[in-house]
Write a protein of this length. Structure first.
Length: 274
């Protein structure tokens, strides 16, 4: 594949055009999203036992943290969170499916590998509610964690980062979305010109096939040949018509030069017939 056939002026314009379209779409999607604030908290899982080594304690802490990370998305845990006294708006929906779907959209958790740390991120359209939910989730884990594992009092949960919510919203992140749209647009445009190096974007959209230079020359030669063939057929038709006219002239009888002689001959024939 010749790079000159790909990175020519036409294809570069196509890449720029596709990139601009994708950026505009990304901007429109970002502006139409409902702004949401973010509140984050960090919880440390500590396992302590007299005969346990530091390595086994760390492994147990990571294991318990993984369990609690899954428990946060359970129905019983969600109900426990709303029973806490943190002035929470219960707007997750009425059906169980809608409640859990909205909860998974609102609450995002992740584990820090081999540290036993759970990071809780809460997204909400109301800044105070985002902070209240983060506090309620943290409080429920700290007070009720023993219900979800069998290690008893050997497990302790400590809050190492209290929930905080910045003044500016976290979603949508317009600069990040524009950067991702730029990368995606360039990738899509480059893919398009690699697959269709001779294709113009407008013709591709409207379903018209691009014609290369060789095809254009062949098409012109075909037109010229067709014109020459038509001219030969036309000349041949004229010659045939002329020959037919000559034959028709030979078959026509000579005109009668003297009408009086014909009249006298007819009168004589009439007399004898009488």
């Amino acid at each position: 594949m010749n790079p000159e056939n790909i990175f020519n002026s036409k294809n570069i314009k196509t890449i720029i055009f596709i990139t601009i379209i994708v950026i505009i779409l990304g901007l429109v999607i970002s502006l139409t999203q409902l702004p949401k604030y973010k509140s984050s908290a960090k919880l440390l899982v500590i396992f302590s036992q007299e005969d346990a080594t530091s390595y086994s304690s760390a492994q147990t802490s990571n294991y318990i943290a993984g369990i609690l990370n899954e428990v946060i998305y359970s129905d019983s845990f969600v109900n426990s969170v709303f029973k806490s006294n943190f002035d929470l708006d219960n707007d997750l929906g009425f059906t169980q499916v809608d409640r859990m779907k909205n909860w998974e959209t609102m609450v995002k958790t992740k584990l820090q590998e081999n540290k036993g740390i759970i990071v809780i991120d809460v997204y909400h359209k109301n800044r105070d509610q985002a902070n209240n939910f983060a506090q309620a989730i943290s409080y429920t884990i700290i007070t009720n964690h023993s219900l979800y594992h069998g290690s008893g009092d050997s497990i302790a949960i400590k809050m190492i980062s209290t929930p905080t919510s910045p003044q500016n919203w976290a979603k949508p992140n317009i600069p990040q979305n524009l950067l991702l749209s730029l990368i995606a647009g360039m990738f899509i445009g480059l893919t398009f010109v690699i697959i269709f190096p001779e294709q113009e974007l407008v013709n591709f959209i409207f379903g018209k096939k691009a014609i290369s230079k060789d095809e254009t020359i062949s098409f012109q030669n075909a037109i010229e040949k067709n014109i020459e063939d038509n001219e030969e057929l036309y000349d041949e038709a004229i010659e045939n018509q002329s020959a037919q006219e000559e034959e028709n002239k030979e078959e026509i009888p000579a005109p009668i030069e003297n009408d009086d002689e014909v009249k006298e001959e007819n009168d004589e024939n009439k007399y004898y017939n009488w």
